[in-house]
Design a protein around this ligand. Structure first.
Ligand code: ZN
Ligand code: ZN
Ligand code: FE
Length: 755
C-alpha cells in the first residue's frame, strides 16, 4: 500500500490540527501518525491511493482557526503491519520555535453545545475546545500545557479528563477544557466586591441591570469591559460622563449577525471577518434609523461593530436581546483593568455592577479593530485574535527588543528570524500605561525565553518608551538604536511586504521627531534597510500652542496661514471663533515664534484644512477633524484638485501656498465643504505622485496614521499604480504607530546584519 510523508506548515499548532488529522485519517481508513514539528506538523500516512489523495485534499481546506500555508508530500516505502493512526508526542530534542496561538472566538460546535438543553455544557459560559477559547490570555509560560495556564487551579472532572485524553474527541488536548462541574464560575458583585449572585443567577442579574440602563463591568477574555444598553441614549451618555470620553465612538456588540445586519450594511466579506476566529471589532456602515442611538458614535457614518466571541458574551447578549456598547474597562488614558482587585478600585465609580469569574487573566488583551476596504482588511488596532502571531524578520541578526513610540504602544521582540509584536497597549500618557509597557517587556522576554542583545526605540527623548529603553540598555549593558519615527514607519511597511531593496516611503502622520529637531509628519523618505534619506517633505508651518493644536484644529489653520498667505487671509469667521481674548495672544505667539514648534505634519495639515473648510473648527479628540474631513470627502464626487508649489532639488519641499489659496477661494465662493474636502484628498494623491516621481523607485510604501484614511489610501494607490509604481500599504500591522515597534525591530536587525 502506498505511504506518504506529509509536511504541513502554517498555523497548525494549538488549534486542533492533530485531532482533526486523526479523525480524517480514521474516517478514510488510513494508518500512520501525526506529530508537531518545530515549523508545523509532520505526518506519515498509509492506505489506498484514492484515500490518500482524498486525505491530502482534506488537509488543504481545513477550516479556521487552522491555516494551512503549505503541504508537501513525498512517497515512502510501505510499513508492514501498521494497524492504527496515532498522535505522537513531539520529537525529542527538537528545539521548537514556540508558536502561541491567539485567543479564538467560540467555534460553531461549542456555540451549539451551550445552546442545547440537556448538553453537559448547556449555558456554561467557559465552554471551549481545541478549535476555540482563550489562549494568550491564560498561558503563563511555555510549553503550552494546562499546569502552565490559569486553568491549573481547576482539576479536570472525570468527564472532561476523558475528553481530554481521547484523540477522537474535539477536546483532545484542549488545555483550557472545562465544564460546569470542574471549571470557572460566574459571580455578580456590587462595586467594592460584595457578592450578589452566582452562576446562572449572576448572568441573569447582569442582564437585568443592563436592561435597567445600568453600567456593567464585565470580566471578559482579556480584561474588564464596560457595557451599557446601546439603544438607550441616557445609559450611553452616563457612560461617557463617567469615562470622561466626550465624543470618541464606542464599539457595539450585537447579539447575532441578523441584529447587526438590521443596524448596519454588512457585506459578505465583512460578515466573514466578523464571524472568523479573530472576531474583531469591524468598522461598518451604519444604516439610518437603526436602534443603536446616535450618541454611540456622534457624527460618524461608521460603527465599530462586533459579535459575541466568548460563550459568556453570547449568553449575556442573548439574555439582554439588544445591542450593547462594549468598551474597554478604563478611565480615559489609562490601560484596561484585568485583575479583580484593580477592577474594583479603578472601575468602582464607573460601573454599577460587576459580572466576574474565578479564572485569572494573565495579561490584558484588548479587542482588535479592523476595517474592510476595497482591497482587503486594514488593521487599526492589533490585539485579540492577532497577537502574538509572529511575522518574518528581515536579517538574521541577534535578538532585538523594540519599545515602540508613544501612542498606540506595542513592544516588538525579534528573534530566530521572526518578530513577535505585543498586543496594542494604548497610549503611554499615564503612569499606569508606562508601567504596563514595562510589564509587557518582562512578560514577552520570559514567555519566549529570549535575551535581547540590542534594543531599539524612538528618537524622541521624552517618550516613556524611550526612557524605558534607556533604563534597560544601561541595566543590561546593551547597545540602543534610536530609530527615527518615520524611518520606522517606512521600514515596517517595507518589511511586511518583504521588500529588501530601497523603497520610497510616504510616511504621513501626526507627530514624529525628525533628525533636525523639528516635528515631522509629511515625509517622503528613501528607506534602504537600516538607512534612510529624506527626499521630500511638507513645508513646515508653526503650531501655535504646540500640543494644544492637536485637539484644536483651528490653531493648525492659523499656523498654516501664518506660514503661507499670511494670518490676515484667515477667514473672518474662523478668526472670530477664537474670541478676542484668545486671538491677540495667538497672533503675538505666531509673531514672536514663542511656543510655536514648526512641523511638516500632514496630520496637522488635515486639521488645518478641516478648520478652513468649516468642517471642524472647534475642539475634539485627536484625529477627529481629519476623520470628519474624510467623511465629508466621501460624500462628494471626484471633481478637481488643488495645486502645490514644489521647491528645492534633492529634497523636494511641498509648499501648500497655492493649495491654501485655491481652497480659501472655494470656501469664499460658497463651494460645498464636501467638495473642498474631496479636492484636498485629490491634491494629496498628486503630492504622492510628485514625490514618487522624484524618488524614482518602483516600490512605494505607505505608512503613518494618515493612511488609516481609506479614501486617501485608495486614491494614492490608484494614482501611483496608474503611473506605473507599485504602491504597498500595511496588511499585517496598523498604519498608525501600532507598527512602529515592528519597524524599529526591523531597522535594528538590519543594522546588526550589516555590521
Ligand atoms: Zn469550540
Ligand atoms: Zn469538567
Ligand atoms: Fe507615526
Amino acid at each position: 500500500m502506498p505511504r506518504v510523508r506529509i509536511a504541513v506548515r502554517g498555523i497548525v499548532q494549538g488549534v486542533g490540527f492533530r485531532p482533526t488529522a486523526f479523525r480524517l485519517a480514521a474516517a478514510r481508513g488510513l494508518t500512520g501518525w501525526v506529530r508537531n514539528h518545530p515549523e508545523g506538523v509532520d505526518l506519515e500516512v498509509q492506505g489506498a491511493a484514492a484515500s490518500l489523495q482524498a486525505f491530502l485534499a482534506d488537509l488543504a481546506v481545513l477550516p479556521a482557526p487552522i491555516r494551512v500555508d503549505q503541504v508537501e508530500a513525498e512517497a515512502l516505502p510501505e510499513v508492514a503491519d501498521e494497524r492504527v493512526f496515532e498522535i505522537r508526542a513531539s520529537g525529542a530534542g527538537e528545539t521548537a520555535l514556540p508558536v502561541v496561538p491567539p485567543d479564538l472566538a467560540t467555534c460553531p460546535d461549542c456555540a451549539q453545545e451551550i445552546a442545547t438543553p440537556g448538553e453537559r455544557r448547556h449555558r456554561y459560559p467557559f465552554t471551549n475546545c481545541t478549535y476555540c477559547g482563550p489562549r494568550y490570555t491564560l498561558i503563563e509560560s511555555l510549553p503550552y500545557d494546562r499546569p502552565r495556564t490559569t486553568m491549573k487551579g481547576f482539576p479536570l472532572c472525570s468527564d472532561c479528563a476523558k475528553e481530554y485524553r481521547d484523540p477522537s474527541d474535539r477536546r483532545f488536548h484542549a488545555q483550557p477544557v472545562a465544564c460546569p462541574a470542574c471549571g470557572p464560575q460566574l459571580r455578580l458583585e456590587a462595586p467594592g466586591g460584595l457578592r450578589l449572585a452566582e452562576r446562572d443567577d449572576a448572568l441573569r442579574g447582569a442582564a437585568e441591570a443592563l436592561l435597567r440602563g445600568e453600567t456593567l463591568a464585565l470580566k471578559g477574555l482579556g480584561g474588564y469591559q464596560l457595557l451599557v444598553d446601546a439603544t438607550s441614549a441616557g445609559a450611553v451618555q452616563r457612560l461617557r460622563q463617567r469615562k470622561r470620553r466626550e465624543e470618541k465612538p464606542f464599539a457595539v456588540m450585537f447579539p447575532n449577525p441578523e441584529a447587526l445586519q438590521d443596524a448596519c450594511d454588512v457585506s459578505d466579506a465583512e460578515t466573514a471577518l466578523l464571524t472568523s476566529p479573530a472576531a474583531p471589532i469591524l468598522l461598518v456602515r451604519r444604516r439610518k434609523g437603526g436602534i443603536v442611538v446616535p450618541e454611540v458614535a456622534p457624527g460618524n457614518p461608521r460603527l465599530g461593530a462586533f459579535l459575541p466571541y466568548t460563550p459568556l458574551h453570547r449568553l449575556l447578549l442573548e439574555a439582554v436581546g439588544r445591542p450593547l456598547v462594549c468598551t474597554s474597562g478604563n478611565l480615559a488614558d489609562e490601560p484596561m483593568a484585568f485583575r479583580d482587585d484593580e477592577a474594583h478600585s479603578r472601575l468602582g465609580t464607573l460601573a454599577d455592577v460587576f459580572l466576574a469569574h474565578d479564572r485569572p487573566i494573565v495579561r490584558p488583551v484588548d479587542d482588535s479593530v479592523l476595517r474592510m476596504d476595497a482591497d482587503g482588511p486594514t488593521l487599526l488596532r492589533r490585539a485579540r485574535g492577532y497577537a502574538p502571531l509572529a511575522v518574518p524578520l528581515p536579517g538574521e541578526g541577534p535578538p532585538v527588543l523594540a519599545l515602540g513610540a508613544h501612542q498606540k504602544a506595542t513592544v516588538a521582540l525579534g528573534f530566530q528570524g521572526r518578530v513577535v509584536l505585543s498586543q496594542h497597549l494604548g497610549d503611554l500618557a499615564s503612569p499606569e500605561s508606562a508601567d504596563l509597557l514595562a510589564r509587557t517587556v518582562d512578560d514577552l522576554l520570559a514567555f519566549f525565553r529570549v535575551r535581547p542583545e540590542r534594543l531599539a526605540c524612538d528618537l524622541h527623548p521624552d517618550y516613556a518608551s524611550t526612557r524605558l529603553a534607556e533604563r534597560l540598555a544601561a541595566a543590561w549593558n546593551l547597545p540602543l538604536i534610536r530609530v527615527q519615527h518615520h524611518h520606522a514607519h517606512g521600514a515596517a511597511c517595507a518589511a511586511e511586504h518583504g521588500l529588501r531593496g530601497p523603497v520610497l516611503a510616504l510616511a504621513w502622520d501626526g507627530t514624529g521627531l525628525g533628525t533636525d529637531g523639528t516635528i515631522w509628519g509629511g515625509e517622503a523618505l528613501i528607506v534602504d534597510g537600516p538607512a534612510f534619506r529624506r527626499v521630500g517633505h511638507l513645508k513646515p508651518f508653526p503650531l501655535p500652542g504646540g500640543e494644544a493644536a492637536v485637539k484644536e484644529p483651528r490653531r493648525s489653520a492659523a499656523g498654516l496661514l501664518a506660514a503661507t498667505l499670511g494670518l490676515e487671509a484667515l477667514p473672518p469667521a474662523l478668526r472670530d471663533a477664537f474670541g478676542a481674548g484668545a486671538w491677540a495672544p495667538l497672533c503675538a505667539m505666531l509673531d514672536r515664534g514663542v511656543n510655536c514648534p514648526r512641523t511638516s505634519s500632514l496630520g496637522r495639515l488635515f486639521d488645518a484644512v478641516s478648520a478652513l473648510a468649516g468642517i471642524h473648527p472647534e475642539r475634539g479628540f485627536e484625529g477627529q477633524a481629519a476623520m470628519e474631513l474624510e467623511f465629508a470627502a466621501e460624500r462628494a464626487a471626484p471633481e478637481g484638485t488643488y495645486p502645490w508649489a514644489f521647491q528645492g532639488g534633492a529634497v523636494r519641499v511641498a509648499d501648500p501656498s497655492p493649495l491654501v489659496e485655491a481652497l480659501l477661494h472655494d470656501v469664499a465662493t460658497g463651494t460645498a465643504p464636501e467638495v473642498v474636502a474631496r479636492r484636498f484628498h485629490a491634491a494629496l494623491a498628486d503630492l504622492a505622485l510628485g514625490w514618487a516621481r522624484h524618488g524614482g523607485l518602483p516600490d512605494v510604501v505607505l505608512s503613518g496614521g494618515c493612511f488609516q484614511n481609506a479614501l486617501l489610501t485608495g486614491l494614492v494607490i490608484e494614482r501611483l499604480a496608474a503611473a506605473g509604481f507599485r504602491a504597498h500599504r500595511h496588511r499585517a500591522f496598523p498604519p498608525n504607530d501600532g507598527c512602529i515597534a515592528f519597524g524599529q525591530a526591523t531597522v535594528a536587525a538590519l543594522q546588526a546584519h550589516g555590521s
